[in-house]
Write a protein that binds this ligand. Sequence first.
Ligand code: DC
Length: 235
Amino acid sequence: MSKPLTIAIDGPVASGKSTLAKSLAEHLGYLYFDTGAMYRAVTLAALRRGVPVDDEGALEALAREIHIDLKPATQNDGRLYDVYIDGEDCTWAIREPEVVNHVSQVSAFAGVRRVLTAQQRRIGERGGVVMAGRDIGTVVLPEADLKIYLDATEHERANRRHLELQERGEQQTYEQVLDSLRQRDLIDASRAVAPLRPAEDAHILKSDGMQSADVLAQTLLLVSERQSQLNGKHG
Ligand code: DC
């Protein structure tokens, strides 16, 4: 039997990481873990508690203090998983515009990343996990068995995100969505600590014009290739 792999999926805003990571994990019977939800949870907690989003020390302390839990979805309302902060269901609250507007700033702080990266590593190192984020292949799990960097043009990504928001009944124009996506990508890719970029050994997949089923099929091929390589090495 093949050993359960550790799979890293990184990419910019709305590249389809979450959809791919969730379906891949389901297919393989692995844990799906979305690290972006943790940065969103710290941001939401800061906004609710009045912790200034430019105070690195206070944000790091907050990240240490709160208990963030990601669990399989308990409701059929479009969520991919449940997110709890100290036991309270915050699954939709972490997707609200105020959180979106501040999360790149909060996640750029080394102190916040130190706390969350350590927690993510503990979960990833058990294996049998598909972990999605920005720095999984480069920083969190540099030894991951398979690394995917999922990308698509800005236009395609903004379109997808705009449609998603419309389906949830949120009133944002395409231009607003595009603008927010550009700002987040810029901060995520230009920060000093763990910036968004493909790992040297990542497979880069461009998903423009592709259905999510095609992206999954391509990834499953990469998984079986990698499993054969590893079986060859160990067996
Ligand atoms: O994937 P997402 O949109 O939920 O991520 C929210 C923010 O968190 C994103 O703007 C960048 C940050 N993030 C990060 O810095 N590192 C990660 N591993 C995951 C997310």
